[in-house]
Design a protein around this ligand. Structure first.
Ligand code: PLP
Length: 420
């Protein structure tokens, strides 16, 4: 008995779909080997950082209160800086999401009169309120920080000339989003991010180039700082937490810009010197240690979904053969019924709350109802098997995660079976 036999015994999946899945998996073998190779490179990178920074058992003692001299926190931040190839890093359980980490980095580095540039189209939905694209209490716009964005070219590549023209004397910071978010656009590879940064720096070397790295960590062999990014920002309940971190965000980059973020997160004068980790360090580091392998499994799941759904006649982004820049797979399902059916399948394939039925609802930070399917050990963790979709035309579902490749695959087959 193999995986497919065992799965079909437990779940009533159409034999035709199972047969198609077997063919698709066979065809993807070379692509899966590549994912394993990349995971191997990143495993060595993480192990080396932990050895170089001399991680020891004493670092696992929980710190409380102000967290002065919290040695676990200090080694955690040194390891992140090492892995991401940066001078320094701020890695805190108190940063509660990717949006929060991005907010801290933006507010810490921008001042009234400055302009923020998004060189690759509109940023992720939750940043609308942060930037003030949608008028919101406490936004950067309320503090007199203006915003400008350069659109992609019609062929979906970044408009390098348009980006250079968008840099003005007031441009202080550029925020480059690696992953597609809830947009039907290609995610940016680290090489492409490097080309954008070069054009911005050619126009004005003083512009701080920050990368929203959410969902991109460990998908390739390099990270954005190696392509010139001054700041790299992400969430620990996505890729780098490896499914074990229970909360947290990171901001890695040039020391000065990380410090600017730190005085915003805590207080001017306190900066990185305070912030108790309260026992979170072991899981944050164990998760980072597992992250290359977990992300490799997520990439396999994303590629498998892409191949399976395109065989079934749905538009997918990226296509199965394209190089990947993140773990997110977009599938255009065309109708709200399909979106709900797919999400129902993902939910029922989850280890936690498998009995729940996901319903669209309004969520803080999003401007239309969103349906989110996830039965995760960590609430909202999207390195775990998950699918979400804003309930709007053209009814695209965004799938990501899976702590193991076989779980991702099981979820995909159960969800696809709900549609066919
Ligand atoms: C997930 C994500 C964020 C942040 O979302 P949170 O839910 O706040 O962690 C930001 N940008 C992109 C591209 C994302 O995918």
């Amino acid at each position: 008995m193999d995986f497919y036999d065992c799965l079909s015994r437990e779940f009533p999946i159409s034999p035709k779909l199972i047969a198609l899945a077997r063919t698709v998996e066979k065809r993807l073998e070379p692509r899966f080997r590549l994912a394993d190779e990349i995971a191997g490179v990143n495993q060595v990178k993480v192990l080396s950082a932990m050895r170089r920074q001399r991680l020891g058992e004493s670092h696992f003692a929980p710190a409380t209160g102000y967290g002065y001299n919290d040695s676990g926190r200090e080694v955690l931040e040194a390891i992140y800086a090492d892995v991401f190839g940066t001078e320094d890093a701020l890695v805190r359980p108190q940063m509660i999401s990717g949006t929060h980490a991005l907010t801290v980095a933006l507010f810490g580095n921008l001042r009234p009169g400055d302009e923020l540039l998004s060189p690759a189209g509109k940023p992720y939905d939750t940043l609308d309120a942060v930037i003030g694209i949608r008028p919101s209490k406490g936004s950067l716009a309320e503090y007199g920080v203006t915003y400008r964005q350069a659109e992609f070219l019609p062929d979906g590549t970044p408009d390098l000339d348009g980006i250079a023209r968008a840099v003005t004397s007031r441009t202080k910071m550029a925020l480059i989003q690696r992953s597609k978010g809830y947009a039907w656009r290609r995610s940016l590879g680290v090489d492409e991010i490097g080309r954008i940064i070069s054009r911005i720096k050619a126009a004005d070397p003083g512009v701080i180039c920050a990368v929203d790295n959410c969902y991109g960590e460990f998908v390739g062999e390099t990270e954005p700082a190696e392509a010139g990014a001054d700041l790299v920002i992400g969430s620990l309940i996505k890729n780098p937490g490896g499914g074990l971190a229970q909360s947290g965000g990171y901001i890695a980059g040039k020391r000065e810009y990380v410090e600017n973020a730190a005085v915003r997160l805590t207080s001017p004068g306190l900066g990185k010197e305070v912030g108790p980790t309260m026992g979170a360090v072991p899981r944050m580091l164990q998760g980072l240690f597992l992250a290359p392998q977990v992300v490799g499994g997520c990439v396999k799941g994303a590629v498998f979904l892409s191949a399976l759904m395109s065989e079934l006649g749905f538009a997918v982004l990226p296509s199965p053969g394209e190089p990947r820049a993140d773990i997110v797979q977009a599938v255009r399902l065309n109708t709200p019924e399909n979106v709900l059916a797919f999400c129902r399948g993902i939910q029922s394939a989850s280890p936690v709350d498998s009995f729940a039925a996901p319903e669209p609802s309004s969520m803080p930070g999003y401007d239309c109802p969103v349906v989110m399917a996830a039965g995760a050990f960590v609430q909202g963790s999207s390195i775990e098997l998950s699918a979400d979709a804003p309930m709007r035309e053209p009814y695209t579902v965004y799938f990501q995660g899976g702590l193991t490749w076989r779980h991702a695959q099981a979820g995909i087959l159960i969800a696809a079976n709900e549609i066919v």
